[in-house]
Design a protein. Sequence first.
Length: 291
Amino acid sequence: MTLSCTAVRPCLLRELLRREMGLSSTLVKRLKTTGAICVNGLPAPVNARLAPGDRVAVCLDEPPPGFPPEDGPLDILYEDDALLALDKPPGLPVHPTAARRTGTLANRAAGYYRATGQRCGVHTVTRLDRDTFGVVLLAKNAHVHALLSEALRAGLLKKTYLAAVLGAPPRNVGVIDLPIARCPGPSLRRMISPAGDAARTRCRVLARGPEASLLLLRPETGRTHQLRVHCAALGCPILGDRDYGTEASLALSRVLGAETQQLCAARLRLPHPITGAALAITSRQRPLLGK
């Protein structure tokens, strides 16, 4: 990916890179020794003086990530020079860990870049738990990742989830405003606690059944396991959720054939990090009750 800009006034190259092009100082320091920054087609030092009309181009290509690329199926929902949006199936981890370096969505994305000759990084913007399925957004370079991370912090990335749950909330529309804390001990589990971090989820009932319902969930914060913990706190655990489910929800899950977690990242809305255009990405998957 190459960013381009034309100087409109005299200035130092580093000033244009930071102010007009929005590159971080860390990224500029990394790029300045690689020949990736050019003025009028020639590599230039960042202290070069620009005149009006000088054309600046910055190549943001990256080396392969530090984990093995792998061939594997990818359901691509959207792609351009900056972004790759994938429809993650349930049961597939998003990214490698120290204990597991292979067999993840990120490994497959790296394999796809290798097969298509793209010099891209694999920068995860929206993560999903292993069993949650739906839209995962990847940035192809560090600059785009930084822009999207800032948009996420500013609340400009709007995420919508669908969840099949046991029972139903008492009201069709509501807000779950319950703080979430880590459970004691060496565990990834979370719990509702007054001492926890603020967590807020908007909830709407899309369909009610005799035993289960379909919910539309919009998280306004991004706490670990937030939707799963909030649904369980409502008394409506997500079907197939072995961590926060109950005997009744897991039994119904088996009856309905929903033994994998029925939580889907159904839709992502965001301003494009480079063009600013509105972008909406929708998963092709649905929870069992949403089909």
